[in-house]
Design a protein around this ligand. Structure first.
Ligand SMILES: [Fe+2]
Length: 334
C-alpha cells in the first residue's frame, strides 16, 4: 500500500490489482481473450477515474463526501440504529424449485446455498454472522453470485482475506462468479486456497456418488459494468439435455439464458432495494432487468429464476424493510 501525496488517499498497490503473468495467461484462457482484455482495460480506467477528485462518475466525491454525510444524517435522524439492526439480521430462507423430470432422481431434494452481494469489507460485524449461519445450515453445494468487495475500485486485500474466512465456513463444494464490484485479481488467491472455484464463462458438472447422471453449474462473468459475460461459452461444456443452473451477478441476462436452455438462473446485484417501503417495495432500482425479475422467485418461459436480496449492503451498512438473506434452493422433480 502507498499514500498519494496529493490527497493522502490510500492507494492500492498496483501489483495487487494485476494478476501475475502466469495467472493472467490462465485467466485469459478461461474467460476468453477479448473479454479478458476488455476487463483489464475497464479495471484500469476505473482505478484512474477513482483517484481523480473531479470525474464524470464523481466516485471520489461519493466515497469521501457523500457517504460520510449520509452516515451523519442517518445518525442524527435515528435511522442508523434501525438500519444497522436490519443489516445484521441475516435470514436463511428456502426456495423450492420444481425443475421437472429431467432432474435425475438422485438430485430430488438437492440443496444449493446461495449467497450474493456480501460487500464483506465494508463492516467487520457481518463476517461472523454469515459464518454462523453457514455452519448451522444444511446444504449440498454453495454458490456465490458476486460483489464481494464494498467499493468498485481500490484495495482488494481486505476483501480477499475476509472472503477466505467465509469460504472456509463453507463445508461443501463452492462455486463463485464475479460482480461489478470485483476485480479479476481477486480470483487467483481465493482459488489457490482450494476453498472455491470461480466460473469465468465456464461450467462444472455436479455428480453424486454412484450416479452416472449430472447436473451442471454454469457461471458468467459480470454482465453489469464489465459486460464480459458469455453465456454461449459458459454452457458449451454442459451435457446435452442435462439440467443447467446458471450463476449470474445480475438477472438482466434472463432472456439469453432461457434461449440457451438454462433451467435455473441465480442472481443478485439488486439487493432487493436494500432500503424499502413497508411491505418490501423497493424505492430505487439499480438493474436493467424488469422489476418482476429484481427480487425473489420468478419465471420467464421455461426458465426458473431467483434474484436474491443479498447478504450484505452497498454504500452504507444499513437495511430497512428488506432483510439480508442466504437462500437455500431446493430442487424437485415434481
Ligand atoms: Fe452489483
Amino acid at each position: 500500500m502507498r499514500e498519494s501525496g496529493r490527497d493522502k488517499t490510500v492507494l492500492p498497490d498496483a501489483d495487487a490489482l494485476t494478476p501475475s503473468p502466469e495467472d493472467a495467461a490462465a485467466l485469459e484462457a478461461r474467460l476468453g481473450s477479448d473479454r479478458y482484455r476488455l476487463r483489464m482495460r475497464l479495471e484500469a480506467e476505473r482505478e484512474a477515474e477513482f483517484h481523480a477528485i473531479l470525474s464524470t462518475k464523481f466516485t471520489w466525491l461519493k466515497v469521501h463526501l457523500l457517504r460520510p454525510t449520509e452516515r451523519r444524517i442517518l445518525k442524527l435522524t435515528g435511522f442508523w440504529n434501525l438500519g444497522r439492526r436490519g443489516y445484521l439480521d441475516v435470514r436463511v430462507v428456502e426456495n423450492e424449485i420444481v425443475v421437472g423430470e429431467r432432474l435425475p432422481q438422485e438430485f430430488d431434494g438437492f440443496r444449493i446455498a446461495h449467497l450474493t452481494d456480501l460487500h464483506i469489507d465494508m463492516d467487520d460485524a457481518l463476517l461472523p454472522v454469515l459464518c454462523q449461519r453457514l455452519e448451522r445450515t444444511n446444504y449440498d453445494i454453495c454458490v456465490m453470485t458476486g460483489d464481494y468487495r464494498n467499493l468498485t475500485v481500490g484495495p482488494i486485500e481486505k476483501t480477499v482475506a475476509m472472503m477466505d474466512k467465509i469460504c472456509e465456513a463453507v463445508r461443501k463444494p463452492l462455486y463463485l462468479v464475479t460482480g461489478n464490484h470485483d476485480f479479476i485479481a481477486q480470483v487467483p488467491p481465493l482459488e489457490k486456497s482450494g476453498k472455491g472455484r470461480f466460473l469465468l464463462n465456464e461450467c462444472a458438472a455436479i455428480r453424486k456418488d454412484g450416479c452416472a447422471d449430472a447436473i451442471w453449474i454454469c457461471g458468467i462473468d459480470d454482465p453489469v459494468i464489465f459486460k464480459t459475460d458469455d453465456i454461449a461459452r459458459a454452457v458449451s461444456g454442459c451435457g446435452e439435455g442435462d439440467v443447467k443452473v446458471m450463476l449470474s451477478h445480475s438477472p438482466r441476462v434472463y432472456a439469453e439464458a432461457e434461449t440457451a436452455g438454462v433451467d435455473l438462473l441465480l442472481a443478485g446485484h439488486t439487493h432487493g432495494g436494500q432500503v424499502c417501503l413497508p411491505g418490501g417495495r423497493a424505492i430505487l432500482s439499480n438493474d436493467a432487468a424488469p422489476r418482476a425479475y429484481q427480487k425473489g422467485a420468478w419465471r420467464y418461459g421455461r426458465l426458473h429464476g431467483y434474484t436474491s436480496c443479498g447478504c450484505g449492503a452497498s454504500g452504507l451498512p444499513i437495511r430497512i424493510n428488506c432483510p439480508p438473506e442466504i437462500v437455500i434452493h431446493v430442487l424437485r422433480r415434481g
